[in-house]
Each structure stands twice: as structure tokens, then as C-alpha cells.
Design a protein around this ligand. Structure first.
Ligand SMILES: Nc1ncnc2c1ncn2[C@@H]1O[C@H](COP(=O)(O)OP(=O)(O)O)[C@@H](O)[C@H]1O
Ligand SMILES: [Mg+2]
Length: 242
């Protein structure tokens, strides 16, 4: 049984169908890559699955075989589905440690003290030292903010982690470090869905690749085969030459 299953999931914004009849399953322990041109519905797909900030217009989403389609977002998080966002620094007034602690309260229902302790463990794993942990998130480097966002998701102890372009804005050495970090998280038993524009990272990590175009699944399968698919090349180049 897949840990996450989408059946005919659709999201409409007025006349625009941002996610169009998407059906696929994710096996436990898998690292699934998701690609597609800008505006193809990747982030919206993550939004409707996690319910943050909105759910699907139609279709069904199952987590561990149970429907979560219309569940409120913190309940989805507490079942074990956590995400990061394409844009970071959600809470400019909080320190790094407070940001992770807040995620632990929201996504795990911990009390303040337990949340603070859990935050310390995650800060250490993310390589954010004591001095940086007390700084406002806005004072951190781009790389630290990305790590902070991943740590905020991991503090929820998710079974499934959904990452929306975690490598954007990072340098090559930082991407290499992120790569190693994601391998470790995945080997630790966390299923990962990875949206990524940095193709080298995506191809290095993904065991399977889904390509979206105009909200619909265009291609799916072995990453090396999928990126050579003529329809996929056309979708990327078509957007550029248009
Ligand atoms: N909250 C929203 N309201 C209206 N349209 C939206 C909203 N979010 C996304 N869209 C539209 O849905 C489409 C898919 O966007 P998005 O999921 O962000 O694409 P991607 O992440 O693949 O770049 C785009 O046309 C975008 O403008
Ligand atoms: Mg996006």
C-alpha cells in the first residue's frame, strides 16, 4: 500500500485549473522527484496535499490508506506529513530556535518545554550552532534559512517530507551539503517528495520522476528516461521559445 496516494486530484482557481486530474502513489521510503516548467502546478500540488493554505477542489488524497482530502492542515501534519515552502522566512520576528519550536507545537502538539528541547536537537542536526539559534531568522544566511525550514519540518517527525525547491539560491558546495543531508534523512526512513529546479540535485536523488505540465502529469518513470522524453523536452523548451 502506498504511504501517499492521489486520485484524480484537481485544484481550480476560478477558470484556471492549476492541478488537473493528478493521480499517483508514493511508496514508503521512496524519494520521488517532481519537475515541470514554471507555473505547471508543482507548488499548488503540495498545497492541496498538505492543506496549507488550501485543499483540493476535487479528487481524493489518502495518507496511510486514510482520506485526508478535507482534513485541517495541523491534523494532516500530526499524521506525519510535513512540508517546506518555496519562499522562506515565514516568521521574521522569531529566532531560529523559536521557529522550530513553533513547528513542534503546531505539528506535534508538544508543550513549550518539550518543543524547545526538540528544537535544540533539530538545530544541532541542521548544523545551526547555539549562537545562530538565538538570532532572528532574517539574520541567517540563505543556506541556514533553508536548513531551518527543513529542521522545522523534521521536528514534526514526519513519515513523508515534501520539499519545494530547497536548493534555490544555494551555491554549489551548499547544494552538495543539502544533497548529503537529504540522503541521510531518506535513509533514516523518511519518504521524500522533492520539487527541484536544480536538475543535477534532482537526478542525483530521485528514484522516480514525475513531470507536470499545465497542472497535469506529462510523464512519469525512471528519471533518466523521463528527462529524455520528447514531450518533456518540448514542454520546457516550448515555454522558453513561446
Ligand atoms: N493562490 C492562487 N490563486 C490563483 N492562482 C494561483 C494561486 N496559486 C497558484 N496559482 C496559479 O496556478 C498555476 C500553478 O502555479 P504553481 O503551483 O505555483 O506552479 P509551479 O510551482 O509549478 O511554478 C499558475 O498559473 C499560478 O499563477
Ligand atoms: Mg512553485
Amino acid at each position: 500500500m502506498p504511504v501517499l496516494e492521489l486520485r484524480h486530484v484537481t485544484k481550480r482557481f476560478g477558470g484556471l485549473t492549476a492541478v488537473d486530474d493528478v493521480t499517483f502513489g508514493v511508496e514508503e521510503g521512496e524519494l520521488l522527484g517532481i519537475a515541470g516548467p514554471n507555473g505547471s502546478g508543482k507548488s499548488t500540488l503540495f498545497n492541496v496535499v498538505t492543506g496549507i493554505p488550501f485543499g483540493a477542489s476535487s479528487g481524493e488524497i489518502l495518507f496511510d490508506g486514510k482520506p485526508i482530502t478535507r482534513m485541517v492542515s495541523h491534523r494532516i501534519a500530526r499524521l506525519g506529513l510535513a512540508r517546506t515552502f518555496q519562499k522562506d522566512a515565514e516568521y521574521p520576528d522569531l529566532t531560529a530556535k523559536e521557529t522550530i519550536a513553533l513547528a513542534a507545537i503546531y505539528g506535534r502538539g508538544l508543550n513549550r518545554r518539550a518543543a524547545a528541547e526538540a528544537a535544540e536537537t533539530q538545530l544541532e542536526a541542521a548544523g545551526i550552532g547555539c549562537a545562530r539559534a538565538g538570532m532572528l531568522t532574517t539574520a541567517l544566511s540563505v543556506y541556514e534559512r533553508k536548513q531551518l525550514m527543513i529542521a522545522s519540518a523534521l521536528v514534526m517527525q514526519p513519515k513523508v517530507l515534501m520539499l519545494d525547491e530547497p536548493a534555490s539560491g544555494l551555491t554549489r558546495p551548499e547544494i552538495a551539503a543539502l544533497n548529503a543531508h537529504l540522503v541521510k534523512i531518506n535513509k533514516g526512513g523518511v519518504t521524500i517528495l522533492l520539487i527541484e529546479h536544480v536538475l543535477s540535485l534532482l537526478l542525483s536523488l530521485a528514484e522516480r520522476l514525475i513531470v507536470l505540465n499545465q497542472g497535469a502529469v506529462l510523464a512519469e518513470g525512471d528519471p533518466q528516461e523521463v528527462i529524455r522524453d520528447e514531450r518533456v523536452i518540448e514542454a520546457y523548451l516550448g515555454g522558453r521559445s513561446a
